[in-house]
Every structure is written in C-alpha cells, then in structure tokens.
Design a protein around this ligand. Structure first.
Ligand code: SAH
Ligand code: TMP
Ligand code: ZN
Length: 409
C-alpha cells in the first residue's frame, strides 16, 4: 500500500526520489510463463522530517514477500555472516543471559543462522519466522521455530506460554516489517523488566555515505538510524542504550535497547549519536546529494556495461542478491547486457531474476563459462568472494562494483 504519512509518527511524508517500477527483490521466477503476471510497484524512498525514519512509501503486502518459497537462506548466503552471528550469540550470552534458565526470542530467525548457537548450548529459545520453507530448515537444524509474523498478538501468546524473554533478537529484520509500532509494542509486552533487545541492520549513515541505493527494495522498506530507532521504540517505552558498528552488508549498526531508564547509556552510544547528529541526516540537502550520487551511478553503470558489450566483452553478474533487483530494474539492464547471474543458493538457481529476467545459474556456470567482467551484486561479501575467485582473477577477470563511483577492479 502507498502511504502519504509516516508509518511511525503519522506526519505527512514526501518521497525525495523514485527508483522506478520495481518487482519484489526476492521474487525469482521459475519459468518465462511467469513473466506476464509479475508484480510491480513504485520504489520511492522518503525521510520523515518529524521522527527521522527513512522508509519507502509504497510497500507490497507481507504475504506477497514472506511465504513458503522465500529465496533467502541466511546460512547458505555467507560463511562470514554465519561466523559473525555465532560471535554475537556468544557475546550476548555472556553479557545478558547470566540469570537462571534464560529465554531468547528471535524474529526473522530464518534458517536458524543465529539461534542454533543458543540451541546447541541447550538455552531456551524460540524463533518467529513467517517464511515456512526457511522456518522448516531451522527446525531441521534443531532450532525451535514458530511459523508466524511477529506482532503484538504473537508476542503476548509467546509470553503466556514461555514467560518473559531475557533477550530479543532481530538482525536484518527490522527493515523487513512494515508495522514497526506493532513490533515495538510486542517487544515491550514480551521482555522481562531488565530484558534486552538486540537489533542489527544496514545503517542509514553508511548507506548515504557509500551511495548504496541498492539497500532499498521491497523487503528493505526502512533503513534505520539511532535517532529513528529511539523515536520508534520510544513510543513503547524502550530506548537504545548501547550500539556497535560493523562493516558487514556495507555498514551495519547494532542497537541494544531496554526499558527506559533501566540500562545506563554507554560511551559508545553517546559517541555514535554525536557522530550521527553531525552527518546531517536531518537536512533535505543530504538526500538530494544521495539522489545525485545514485543517478550518476546509474548513468556510469549502464554506459560501462553497454560499452564493454559493444567491444565484444562478456559480462555476467555475481550474487543474485535482492539488492541487485533495485540496480538492474532502475538501470534497465537485460540479458543482452548481463548474460547470467551466478549464485550459490539452490532456491535461486535455474530461475530468472525479478524484472530483468536475467537467468540465475549455479557457480559451476561461472567456472565453465567465465566472463571477462562480473558485476559484483554481492559487493558486501567482497573479501569472501575475492578469496574464492582467485583462479578467475589470475586469468584477467575483473569486477565491476555497481554502486557509488562504479569502479572496475
Ligand atoms: N536474521 C537473518 C535473516 C534476515 S532476512 C539474518 O540476519 O541474516 C529477514 C527475515 O525476516 C526473513 O526470513 C523474513 O521471512 C522474516 N520476516 C519478515 N517479516 C517478519 C515478521 N513480521 N516477523 C518475523 N519475521 C519476519
Ligand atoms: P546478501 O547480500 O543479501 O547476503 O546475499 C548474498 C547473495 O550472494 C546470496 O544469494 C548468496 C550469493 N553469494 C554467492 O553466490 N557466492 C558467494 O560467494 C557469496 C558470499 C554469496
Ligand atoms: Zn515519522
């Protein structure tokens, strides 16, 4: 549905740009027979001047995006992220689960990438995951999982059955749920008095700085910041008391929240908030500049790829990320420009990328039919992928980094 008002604070909002007609980023098509009935919407981001929440104004219905054939399997997507969440589980256990018989709830628990670390230690846990196929994969990994959308009703049902939660986790998930106020209400209902919520996802400050407009797509309907998190969760009596930044997914912020006044704010929180205030995220010029960066990136990427094709070079894509849909559809790239996209996820292979209809193939194709140039749509996993593709690099293969500046490396 298209909104003229902020989903958090209900003040009027206006998009500062349009990324055009877009499909759902994870809606890979199994056969050309599906092309005619593909769903499109206008991808238009806005920044609320009142509560500072960055959001897209038109959003497909959740059941259209999260279902029994969801394409993102977190554990198979990246070994680096698998290790990252194992470390997060270990740190959180030491810091927040010291009491007797603790209980951990995670939303967007996907295939159990994080919760399995608690499950394997015998810690009471429950995942809440509406996409039935990935929830089933989690159960197969020994992770207790409820196939459901998290909302105030689910929260109250979980509390009634299991008691209060000591730790509530949402990684790369708060930007997937339209009803943020409903999540905040649910967290407030579920957490014990000293319970902690950990949320982590791509940080607005980093997205603006690196011009990563491909972070914006149907399933990524919000891009969070400290100020916006405080305003949104503050409505339910919660506040951020600690944060930690990391370089994953192009720059993420981890937020620690608790009930207001319970946890003392840390120095890291104060410093990151001061830094955020200095970024000018409250100024319309910041988003105008971001728009200009995105438009330059689009012009340069399309010119570069078409120029290489005109010279007889072959170009493929690497990583059929949901992000790639935003780039491919906004830039109008087709299978004539990019012959195929290689991806390790079985659920994405032998399908067609949403909107652009570029074939998605297993990595064997990349090995057997190596391109001269590969657009690295999974640019956020650069180190992991660069290490894996040394043979292709040694033979002269070159990466095209598709966002800000559009570099050939
Ligand atoms: N936590 C993992 C997966 C993130 S993908 C990681 O960090 O890699 C986001 C997940 O949120 C998807 O699996 C999606 O199905 C799930 N999701 C979407 N809406 C949800 C809701 N209302 N409640 C719980 N999970 C939801
Ligand atoms: P993400 O950026 O949303 O995590 O998605 C990464 C995608 O890239 C996922 O579909 C898996 C794919 N991928 C590869 O194909 N090869 C790789 O080496 C890596 C790390 C990811
Ligand atoms: Zn608002």
């Amino acid at each position: 549905m298209r909104h003229e008002r902020c989903r958090i604070c209900a003040q009027p909002i206006r998009p500062f740009m349009s990324l055009g007609r877009q499909p759902i980023g994870n809606a890979f098509l199994k056969s050309p027979a599906d092309f005619a009935k593909e769903y499109f919407f206008e991808l238009a981001p806005a920044h609320c001047a009142h509560c500072a929440t960055f959001q897209i104004v038109e959003i497909p219905a959740p059941e259209q995006m999260f279902h029994d054939h969801y394409a993102y399997f977190a554990t198979t997507a990246s070994t680096v992220m698998t290790a990252h969440f194992a470390r997060m589980a270990e740190e959180a256990t030491a810091r927040f689960l010291a009491g007797p018989d603790p209980f951990v709830v995670e939303i967007g628990s996907n295939d159990g990438i994080t919760l399995r670390n608690f499950a394997h230690k015998g810690i009471r846990h429950l995942g809440v995951e509406p996409s039935a196929n990935v929830a089933e994969a989690a159960r197969a990994n020994g992770v207790a999982t409820l196939t459901a959308f998290f909302n105030p009703e689910t929260a109250r049902a979980i509390r009634a059955q299991h008691g209060p939660a000591d730790l509530f986790i949402a990684t790369n998930t708060m930007h997937h749920i339209e009803d943020t106020n409903g999540v905040a209400e649910g967290v407030a209902a579920l957490l014990g008095p000293e319970g902690v919520m950990i949320s982590e996802d791509p940080y607005l400050g980093d997205m603006i700085e690196i011009g990563a407009y491909d972070q914006i797509y149907a399933e990524h309907m919000y891009i969070w910041s400290i100020t916006a998190m405080n305003n949104a969760f503050g409505r339910a009596g919660l506040e951020v008391f600690d944060v930690a930044r990391n370089r994953h997914h192009g720059g993420c912020m981890r937020y620690h929240l608790g009930r207001k006044g319970v946890h003392a704010p840390t120095d890291a929180y104060r410093e990151a908030l001061a830094h955020e205030n200095a970024l000018g995220l409250h100024r319309p010029e910041t988003f105008e500049r971001f728009r200009a960066d995105c438009e330059r990136a689009r012009a340069r990427l399309t010119e570069l790829v078409r120029d290489l094709r005109a010279k007889g070079k072959t170009v493929a894509g690497y990583g059929a990320t949901a992000k790639s849909a935003t780039i491919l559809n906004w830039c109008g790239l087709s299978p004539d420009d990019i012959a195929y996209i290689s991806d390790t996820t079985p659920a994405k292979q032998h399908s067609f990328a949403p909107g652009s209809h570029i074939p998605v193939v297993p990595p064997q194709r990349f090995a057997q039919d190596p391109p001269d140039f590969a657009v690295l749509f999974a640019w956020n996993h650069f180190a992991e992928i660069e290490a894996k593709e040394q043979a292709w690099r040694a033979k002269g293969g070159q990466w095209i980094l598709p966002i800000k500046g559009v570099q050939v490396v």
